[in-house]
Ligand binder design. Structure first.
Ligand SMILES: Cc1cc2nc3c(=O)[nH]c(=O)nc-3n(C[C@H](O)[C@H](O)[C@H](O)COP(=O)(O)OP(=O)(O)OC[C@H]3O[C@@H](n4cnc5c(N)ncnc54)[C@H](O)[C@@H]3O)c2cc1C
Length: 395
């Protein structure tokens, strides 16, 4: 008996995007996952391609890059669909293909990105802007001294929130009385600068509401500064993607690591997870592999090579192990970042011969997300494209 139309492996940006698209089209979809995805470590920004604009950056990508498999129309549809969904969930995103925006980091440098959460939209775009930075007693993963050293017109103040972790402080911001006390303290700081930056701890859910409340009282723009991992904006995005998938009618199998597949000829029929007794399996008509790169668990490096763990798909391995890394640790060009699964124009894995398997996200070969600045945006747009190809196959 076929239990699902589609099983998606991986609960990241790629998996939930693909899963929600297909569930929204009426297919019966399940996402199975070992656990939390990489987006929870990320800033929550959607980096699509570095450059003055993502559009210009995309034009300069090498032919083998996975984003080259998508048309600009599909990319725009994926980004617009994402923005509409997030807007409906009160996690508004700003931006688009035509201009990349800068976001101030916890280390005082800028990162460039395609879509920013509304709570970061007022982030300064140059070091000349006059900003006031608020930090919290004992908060690690946030470095106001670095920010101040790069901004000649900046000052800072420190608030004792009675908690020192990002999650702990964010929970405090959910409480009205805490917010009132914080705003009253902030008003007392007599801030002269015309923008206020606060580490990204402004609540777990209605962050936009919290931010607007502070802006209303302080009468100037407020922006969140993403902290080092673990990151609240990344977690908010994960929660929103999960909620959207559920709203579309999708099922989630949490703590369900896929150990292997059952297949007949060119068709995969089921995936299974180990249990104490008989392996637990789930059948479907099609499968989408969105298990991420090394961090997500989709790829593993052995002494000799790099393997894909579930379907044992052919993996592009850039060179012998000795050539995987450059001497400079901070290089964005380590050859290993090109490793991954090669996909054809219909987002099927190349060289595997499976008719009903599609692949998307960070596991794709030649992504080089640091070099090309394409993390969550690659997963979002290829998740959309893999879902489209999968729907064509199913129909
Ligand atoms: C510290 C850090 C900061 C980053 N910051 C940014 C940023 O600011 N902006 C940006 O755009 N990108 C950023 N990125 C990159 C971005 O987060 C990732 O490229 C993107 O989220 C990958 O998404 P994915 O859905 O392809 O895979 P992943 O998020 O890696 O998801 C993989 C999923 O597959 C599951 N899985 C793996 N193996 C199995 C299995 N055998 N069975 C079942 N499930 C399995 C995992 O549990 C997980 O749920 C950052 C990455 C890191 C590490």
């Amino acid at each position: 008996m076929i239990e699902y139309d589609v099983i998606v492996i991986g609960a990241g940006v790629a998996g939930f995007t693909a899963g929600a698209d297909l569930a929204g089209k009426g297919y019966k979809v399940a996402v199975v996952t070992t656990g939390e995805p990489t987006v929870c470590l990320s800033t929550g920004c959607i980096d699509l391609c570095a450059g003055p604009s993502a559009r210009e950056g995309l034009e300069a990508l090498p032919d083998e890059h996975p984003l080259r498999r998508l048309s600009l129309a599909d990319m725009e549809a994926a980004l617009n669909g994402f923005k509409k969904t997030m807007d409906d969930l009160a996690l508004t995103y700003t931006g688009g293909l035509d201009v990349n925006r800068k976001v101030l980091s916890a280390l005082g440098s800028f990162k460039t990105t395609c879509l920013v959460p509304d709570t970061m939209a007022a982030s300064p775009q140059t070091n000349d802007e006059a900003i006031h930075i608020v930090t919290f007693e004992g908060l690690k993963d946030f470095y106001p001294a670095y920010i101040l050293s790069r901004f000649p017109q900046a000052s800072f103040s420190v608030y004792d929130a009675g908690a020192s972790t990002t999650m702990g402080i964010a929970s405090r911001f959910e409480q009205g009385l805490f917010r009132e006390a914080f705003v009253a303290w902030l008003e007392g700081q007599r801030i002269r600068e015309n923008k206020i930056g606060i580490p990204a701890v402004l609540g777990l859910e209605d962050t936009q509401g919290v931010l607007r409340e502070i802006e209303y009282h302080l009468e100037r723009p407020v922006f969140e500064v993403p902290t080092l991992p673990p990151s609240m904006p990344g977690r908010r995005l994960f929660n929103a993607l999960k909620a959207h998938f559920r709203n579309q009618g999708g099922d989630i199998y949490w703590s369900w690591p896929v150990a292997g597949v059952e297949k007949t000829g060119h068709l995969v029929e089921a995936v299974f997870t180990p249990t104490d007794g008989k392996p637990n399996s789930l059948n479907a008509r099609a499968f989408i592999l969105a298990s991420g790169s090394f961090v997500g668990g989709g790829l593993t490096a052995t002494r000799e090579t790099i393997v894909e763990n579930i379907f044992h798909l052919p993996v592009f391995v850039p060179s012998a192990r000795a050539g995987w890394f450059e001497d400079n640790y901070f290089s964005a060009n380590h050859a290993i970042s090109r490793a991954g699964v090669l996909a054809d124009s219909s987002f099927r894995p190349e060289g595997a011969g499976f008719e009903n398997v599609f692949v998307c996200g960070g596991i794709l070969a030649h992504a080089q997300i640091l070099k090309f600045g394409c993390g969550n945006g690659l997963s979002l747009t290829t998740g959309y494209a893999a879902a489209k190809a999968c729907a064509e196959y199913l129909s």
